[in-house]
Every structure is written in structure tokens, then in C-alpha cells.
Write a protein of this length. Structure first.
Length: 141
């Protein structure tokens, strides 16, 4: 089972439109989705309509929500994130996620494709592409 942590912007995008492509993350086999209370609250706050918030609430029923804790793991000295994004990576590490999916290229951009304390940071499209490539190579072997 692969554990995948979802940033607030991924949750937001999956809930924003009824037919959002990111909703397929919830249908992946062998994947356990996680997020944090912090990310879920941020996504909810940024949605505009009750319909979107209802979609988010339904999506969150299929996601483990990691509570915030005071003793969050420290980040390596060479990792510098804004204060509002640091708790996202810390929660992904604490959740034991293999991947952190984010659409925030501006803040997480320097770390995309890199692994920090066991968590590989990717855009959702890159993660889905890796899965397709892996499945294809498995079928060919």
C-alpha cells in the first residue's frame, strides 16, 4: 500500500468542479490517501460554494486526516518553506507518506521530484504519470 499525502491545493482542486480530474486519485488501487486537519481547513476555507464544500467533505471521508501536533518533526537545514507551508511537509513526514502531492509550484518548486525525510514531493500529474509508467513496464515484463 502506498501512502500519499494531499496538500490543500490538491483537495481544493478535486472539490472545485464536479468532474475534476484529480478525483481519480480517490479511485487508485493500492493507495492510501492522507492529509492534515490544517490542509483540509485551508481547502475548505478557499472554496466558494456550499456544493464545493459538500464535495470536499465527501472526498475527505476517503482520506486519513492527520491531527496537528506541537512536536512536529524538524526539517533539514537546506529546506526552506514559508511558515504556512512548513506544517504540510511536516504532517506528510509524520503521516509516514511516501509522496506529498502539491500543485504549489511556487513554494514547493525547488523540492519537486526530491525526497525529504522519506517523502517524495510531486505534482499530482507527475505522480499519476509515474504510476502509469510503472504499470506499463510491469505489463511488459
Amino acid at each position: 500500500m502506498t501512502r500519499v499525502f494531499l496538500d490543500a491545493n490538491v483537495l481544493f482542486s478535486a472539490a472545485y468542479r464536479k468532474d475534476a480530474g484529480l478525483a481519480r486519485l480517490w479511485r487508485l488501487k493500492g493507495v492510501e490517501l492522507a492529509t492534515s486537519e490544517y490542509a483540509a481547513a485551508e481547502a475548505n476555507m478557499n472554496l466558494d460554494t456550499d456544493e464545493q464544500r459538500t464535495r470536499l467533505a465527501k472526498l475527505l471521508t476517503g482520506v486519513e486526516c492527520v491531527p496537528e501536533v506541537a512536536d512536529a518533526p524538524g526539517l533539514p537545514d537546506d529546506v526552506s518553506l514559508p511558515d504556512k507551508d512548513t506544517p504540510i511537509l511536516q504532517a506528510a513526514i509524520r503521516a509516514g507518506a511516501e509522496y506529498l502531492l502539491t500543485g504549489d509550484v511556487r513554494r514547493f518548486g525547488p523540492y519537486l521530484g526530491k525526497t525529504i525525510k522519506g517523502v517524495t514531493i510531486l505534482r499530482p500529474a507527475d505522480y499519476l504519470g509515474r504510476r502509469r509508467k510503472k504499470r506499463r513496464s510491469t505489463r511488459l515484463n
